[in-house]
Design a protein around this ligand. Structure first.
Ligand SMILES: [Zn+2]
Length: 174
């Protein structure tokens, strides 16, 4: 980039350090033309395209404030919300995109929110997915129940597999 003082088109890096959270690199630079020093920050870009068309940097704080309302009165701490926002950011970055529609962020919020608190999940989903009848709630709750049952069946299957293994070990020893 140009020197911000004299616009000279080159600069020399005199120091590089990673920020405490590891998400940015700060470089101290010196202009070979005028000798003045300035800093640059390098981050992996991730922008959000709002419905209005405005593009702004992805913000974990906005995820937290968006979800906090759905978590009112629920046993969800600030640390839980911070971790949720981190998971959302990681899942979006993992897809390799550098821009995401604001509306699509809701899709990335749903899975970790469901793991965190199912009531908050239903509240958030009802707004985000535009539930407009009891049927919509019922369908979402039925889906949660079905998946609970599946998880319970899998847990039971794991236990019986473990028992089989124990039995095999016992047989082998005899
Ligand atoms: Zn300069």
């Amino acid at each position: 980039m140009f020197c911000p003082f004299c616009r000279y088109p080159d600069s020399r890096v005199v120091d590089s350090r990673t920020s405490d959270d590891g998400l940015a690199i700060r470089r101290r630079r010196q202009c070979p033309q005028c000798g003045r020093r300035f800093s640059t920050t390098e981050t992996a870009s991730l922008s959000v395209i709002k419905r209005s068309g405005i593009v702004e940097p992805f913000s974990r704080e906005k995820i937290v404030s968006g979800v906090r309302k759905a978590c009112q009165g629920r046993p969800v701490s600030d640390a839980d919300l911070a971790l949720l926002a981190q998971k959302v950011e990681e899942s979006i970055r993992a897809t390799g995109v550098s821009q995401i529609d604001a509306n699509d962020i809701g899709l990335s919020i749903l899975p970790p929110l469901r793991e965190l608190d199912e009531v908050a999940y239903l509240r958030f989903a009802s707004v985000y997915q535009g539930f407009d009848s009891l049927d919509d709630f019922e369908a979402a709750i039925t889906l949660l129940r079905v998946e609970h049952d599946t998880a319970a069946t899998e847990a039971t299957a794991d236990v019986s597999r473990a028992e089989v293994t124990d039995a095999e070990v016992t047989n082998a020893e005899q």
